[in-house]
Design a protein around this ligand. Structure first.
Ligand code: ZN
Length: 274
């Protein structure tokens, strides 16, 4: 564990105490502490999660939007495994800490996450207070797509032997019979159905208008895919940026270097001390 500056932790705790709404802006670093990699990027964690016969070199092409068209069996082995892992692993203790803090704020919390693992909902967060800017692995859509319909992934991959998946056994769209795919955004992906994310955006805008003194807690959001950082910086309130590598903050706020779980635990201890 790295040394965390206690004055920074105190400032963060004070902002959280005084806020009437908490904006939680989560990037891949939030999921890493539960053992999950960023499913849209490349990361050393892949090695332990890759299906048989695949190497880390295969990951790049499987983050492209056309992977379900170009190599559907590989894509489904990869993301079928990812779905299994997302369902098996439990959200780490930091989710419950944030949720507890939010219960002390008048307007609670709203989550903005680029993670597709659905772990905020799994940790008991209100579905109506989560925006998944890159979609979710917990819903499916048509790979064509024939229309805007999405449906829950549910237990579709539970107990499935991923290595035995073949073209004939891949999930299909219930409406047209075309290959199905997860409802998340890949790179250069023109086929993503974004209706769910769009209505989440609408709910977030409405919530933000009700909050007078927001605080933003940004967790493990990298600069390479800046959606989460850009959103976090757009909110008019102090920014608590928690990041292992790139923790600098330009405007009002504090940058705390460390893993999401370490820093959340430190802030939680400070909040417990009157
Ligand atoms: Zn279809």
């Amino acid at each position: 564990m790295t040394m965390i500056d206690s004055a920074d932790i105190q400032r963060a705790a004070d902002w959280i105490r005084n806020a009437d709404g908490i904006v939680i802006a989560a990037g891949a670093g939030m999921s890493v502490d539960s053992g999950l990699p960023d499913f849209r990027g490349t990361d050393g964690l892949w090695t332990s999660l890759l299906p048989a016969g695949m190497t880390e070199r295969d990951v790049g092409s499987l983050t492209q939007g056309d992977c379900f068209v170009e190599k559907p069996v590989d894509a489904w082995r990869f993301y079928g495994r990812a779905l299994q892992v997302c369902r098996q692993l439990k959200p780490h203790a930091g989710y419950a800490m944030l949720k507890h803090w939010a219960e002390g704020a008048r307007h609670g919390a709203f989550v903005f996450t680029s993670n597709v693992d659905g772990h905020f909902q799994a940790a008991g967060y209100d579905e109506a207070r989560v925006l998944e800017c890159h979609g979710t692995i917990n819903f499916m859509q048509c790979g064509k797509p024939c229309d805007d319909a999405i449906w829950p992934s549910g237990s579709m991959m539970d107990g499935v032997d991923i290595d035995s998946l073949a073209a004939s056994s891949l999930p299909r769209c219930p409406h047209c019979g075309h290959l199905a795919r997860p409802n998340f955004l890949l790179f250069d992906d023109g086929l993503w159905v974004e209706t769910r994310s769009s209505s989440q955006w609408e709910r977030l805008r409405i919530w933000l208008r009700t909050v007078q003194r927001p605080v933003v807690i940004e967790l493990g959001a990298g600069a390479a895919v800046p959606s989460v950082r850009m959103f976090a910086e757009s909110v008019l309130g102090p920014l608590i940026r928690i990041n292992l590598d790139e923790s600098e903050v330009a405007g009002e706020g504090v940058g705390i270097r460390g893993t999401a779980l370490d820093v959340l635990s430190a802030i939680d201890a400070a909040l417990a001390t009157p």
